[in-house]
Design a protein around this ligand. Sequence first.
Ligand code: PLP
Length: 404
Amino acid sequence: SSPSRITNFGAGPSALPVSVLEEAAKGLLNFQGTGIGIAEISHRSSEFTAFVRNVEALIRRQLRVPPTHAVLFTQGGGSAQFSAVVMNMLARYRLLHPDVPTGDVTMDYVVTGSWSKKAAEEAERLGGGQVRIVTDARKHSVSGKAFDNIPPHSAYAFSKDPALIYYCENETVDGVEFSHDVASSSSFPYHLLPENTLSPLVADYSSSFMCRPIPRLGDHAIIYAGAQKNVGPAGLTILIVRQDCIVDVDAAVRCGAAPVPITLSYKTLFDSKSLYNTPSVLALYMTGLVLERMETMGGMEYYEALNKKKAEAVYEVVKVGSSRGVFKPKVKEGSESWMNVVFDVIGDGAEKRFLDGAAQRGMSGLKGHRSVGGIRVSLYNAITEEQTQQLVQYCHEFIGQETT
Ligand code: PLP
């Protein structure tokens, strides 16, 4: 319906459904018949607070969030959570173990790519405990320096009673991901769920949030995601937090923990129903529209099937290109992300030819992250099967051109 739009395979902010954008445009002028636009209405108005409660309900229903967990909204993106999870979980640990010396407090980080590496670096920077890299996926790569795999279960050495165990479910830059086939896959991080249930499992789901059901959601202490990949525009961060991880951070200070900025405290968010201060009103609104549409389409089961199909189609053509010496997959089999497919185009100037050809056909956002280069195809929820097929078709053409 919008011929001027091109297909955006970018890694985030990324494509949103056209129907949502059209509805949001109306909401910008008049939110739900109030006569006030969504960017202008008070976040304390009854219309908007009801809308926020509905966004929460849409997430709870589609992800089957158990009553043990709260759904919270905040700002600051995934990056703010790199800090917030550390501060809130150290406060929790301090309340539980007031006598453990700070130097003995451990935080276990599973490093499988650039984002979990960055999160671990922030934990290190904040101090308040020892950051232990319980696995570094680069050590398990062929080259010894690439994030191209999810290490085998034997490669993790957890602390005895860490304040948190951290992993990034889908590494957006590197294209590696933990879990696909929940029922049968050995790639799902069961090994991250410690015997000692006091060790809280924290997951960064920024780039795979709501692309399918979240396996073992109830066993996680914290799941967080920026909205700007699968469910909305930038500016909104979604948190799913187990009740026992919502702690009185000020009481923790009296036990020796570092103070937590009030807007980063999960208890502040929880007590205020995510409305302590002005939220990203527009981002919440648009996310609500996306989530409503997702539910209508068939929820997580629908998106799981769709996203699987899309990813398989792209990996298949990468394989064809690989057999003809045109493409080179970058991720080990079994660790490939459904959301971000990364590969190299082989040969002098070939990557530029690939990107130029794609641009001529109305496809953009395919350049890999600047830190790793190559091609990255992001296949978030709003990318349709037809758009995926258009890319696959182009890849076949390109392989033909390069090999004649
Ligand atoms: N975590 C992951 C997996 C990401 O992909 C990103 C951003 O792309 C971030 C964290 C950082 O998110 P933000 O830019 O919202 O701070």
